[in-house]
Design a protein around this ligand. Structure first.
Ligand SMILES: COC(=O)c1c(O)cc(O)c(Cl)c1CCC(=O)Nc1cc(O)c(OC)cc1O
Length: 245
């Protein structure tokens, strides 16, 4: 990986596979681009499950954020562009994990997935989820994605710092830098999707609610809150609204 620091940011080059994979995901899933929400909720659910399991042997991972939940926030900015922000208080990621999990294809078998998916793009929908590649479905609706993450405290990581992974849809590189906001998450991961011009429908509360309920057939063991009013930061204590699923 060619890494060079510039204005405090570490610029990383994607492995060639990642760019190839992202094209496949976008092309084969475009007709079902709603899947991005199912995939990101599923990732959040997995990270919360990982936290719950880890806490059985390492209780100090629970410090930082009391609740185990998922929040979805849709916000329209002044210039009419919109963002969807999906936050979970799961296990979170260190800078290295952001680089390895999102920037490179550490998953085994991905090259097999790549060859299969390139030839037959019909059944890729569920293949994507199976390979834990759901993150790439973000680029179905976003032209830029930022992932802020604060890893859970542990004996080998007693004072974790919050980092940001930032990538554009058609760039062949991504940036990793410390979050200028500081440790705002308490613990977990916050995905910010900068929506494409033609994806404004996902800013509607009804659209999100219907999608969450449609896909909540898969078991999310954790409450999902939908925040639609404009909030600068997702508040630590999520208001006692009814979870949408
Ligand atoms: C640990 O997972 C996360 O923090 C997380 C989350 O809470 C919400 C999300 O939307 C996403 Cl994308 C993530 C990262 C999930 C991920 O990419 N995990 C992952 C990927 C790998 O290739 C891997 O290979 C070793 C291991 C992973 O955990």
């Amino acid at each position: 990986l060619s890494v060079f620091a510039q204005d405090g940011k570490e610029k990383h080059a994607y492995q060639s596979d990642v760019a190839r994979l992202r094209k496949i995901v976008i092309n084969s899933l475009y007709s079902h681009r709603d899947v991005f929400l199912r995939e990101l909720i599923s990732n959040a659910n997995d990270a919360l499950e990982k936290l719950r399991l880890t806490s059985l042997t390492e209780p100090d991972v629970l410090t930082g954020a009391e609740q185990m939940n998922i929040t979805i926030q849709a916000t329209r900015d002044e210039d009419g562009s919109g963002r969807i922000i999906i936050t979970d208080t799961g296990i979170g990621m260190t800078a290295d994990e952001l680089t390895n999990n999102l920037g490179t294809l550490a998953k085994s078998g991905t090259s097999e997935f790549l060859s299969r998916a390139e030839s037959d793009t019909s059944g890729n929908g569920n293949l994507i989820g199976a390979f834990g590649l759901g993150f790439y479905s973000s680029f179905l609706v976003a032209d830029r994605v930022q992932v802020a993450s604060l890893a859970a405290k542990s004996s080998k990581n007693p004072d974790p710092k919050q980092y940001v992974f930032s990538s554009g849809a058609d760039e062949n590189s991504f940036d990793i830098f410390t979050d200028p906001r500081g440790n705002t998450l308490g613990r977990g991961t916050e995905i910010t999707l900068f929506l494409k011009g033609d994806a404004g429908e996902y800013l509607e509360e009804k659209t999100i609610k219907d999608l969450v309920n449609k896909h909540s057939s898969f078991s999310t063991a954790f409450p999902i809150y939908l925040l639609t009013h404009r909030v600068e930061m997702v508040p630590k204590e999520v208001p006692e609204e009814e979870p949408v699923a």
